[in-house]
Design a protein around this ligand. Sequence first.
Ligand SMILES: *Cc1c(COP(=O)(O)O)cnc(C)c1O
Length: 426
Amino acid sequence: MWVRKRIDIGWSDIAFGIAKSLWSDRRADIQQRIEQQWSHDNEALACLSVRTGFDLLLKVLQLPPNSEVLMSAVTIGGMVRIVEKHGLTPIPIDLDMERLAPKIDAFRDAITPATKAIVVAHLFGSRVPMQPIIEIARQHNLLVIEDCAQAFTGDGYEGHPESDVAMFSFGAIKTSTALGGAVLSVRDSNILAKMRQVYEDYPVLSRFAYFRRLLKYAVIKEISTRWFLGAVAQVSRWLGRDHDGLANRVARGFAGPRFFEKIRQQPSAPMLAVLERRIRLFDQHRLDLRAARGRLLVEFLNGSVVRPGADAEEHTHWVFPILADEPRRLMEKLWLAGFDATQGQSHCVIEPPDGREELAASEAQKWIAKTVFLPFTTDMPVESLQRMAEVVREECPRPVVPLVDSDSQTVDSHPGKNQPSTVAQQ
Ligand SMILES: *Cc1c(COP(=O)(O)O)cnc(C)c1O
């Protein structure tokens, strides 16, 4: 069974973290080193998670109540929750799903006198060209915040030079993970100073908590072999449990109640030590390999599927989503062939506020409902990628086109499923 995702951390990093849990430098010293290494202009803040930093930013900004924050319509639930917690209204901006970029017209149309900021998420390992967004944002005096949680590429990209804030995550499922931790680039030195000041009063997560986390992920890493996880998933199916949901819950950070209490903490010294190491020793080769594997899989699919992000300018394939007319059916077919695909329950599509239904992100909604994430890890041999692509091509004999435009009907993309397809292969 090919598992959906591997935790991107080495045994040496885990061993290093365990050693640092016993003895490490002072927290403040490590934090300072990370921040200096990240940004020569003194613009970085290392913190517990992107959600921690984003919450801290909104706390310090003190935007007027009911201000509107435009957000890429696809994100993770926690980010929306944080905006609401500060008395602000999240407004979805529909995405051009082929480019995974906010639609410029939708962005322009959503701006009102109450709009104060836009949060752009770089999704699935792609990067949104920021220039056009920044130009409009400047005309309307909006703060530009880049959510780079899924887009760390170790190449020194700190967000577009004119964005106000860029946020990078090293959470458990992210690239080059430190099993927690994040770095924010904040251009305005006053805002950054205030964030620091508030953050210094937060409680510090215990070393022991991080030690336990290292052990937990050491176990997960050890057992996340194809065979073991295949067996676990099989047993949970026999028991009638949804193993897809289970697997997604295990990997979710800050789960359960008291979300805000959990994110409002500072990282311990050993977590920072691992974070520093993960950034300093970033494995560019591994990332290049991942991107190359992604391109290869695209080739094997041979134009027979529609992919979110197919037209993205830059893509390192953090995950590999495709569209399926019947996601469940495709997942079942893949499962039988030994590939554990998922619908990826951690992403959400933001709903517009009541009374402003015209802002609904219809393209994002339609696409995400049909999105399946293929299992995709750098250690999958080429033959397995090829086999997986074959299964997908059999199941999706022609491209799924989820929409023409928002007024007309959704196209029935499998009108003659059993007839030879005329568009499947270019
Ligand atoms: C993971 C993720 C976050 C949250 O990152 P944490 O560091 O875990 O808080 C935010 N936005 C997106 C798009 C993410 O994928």
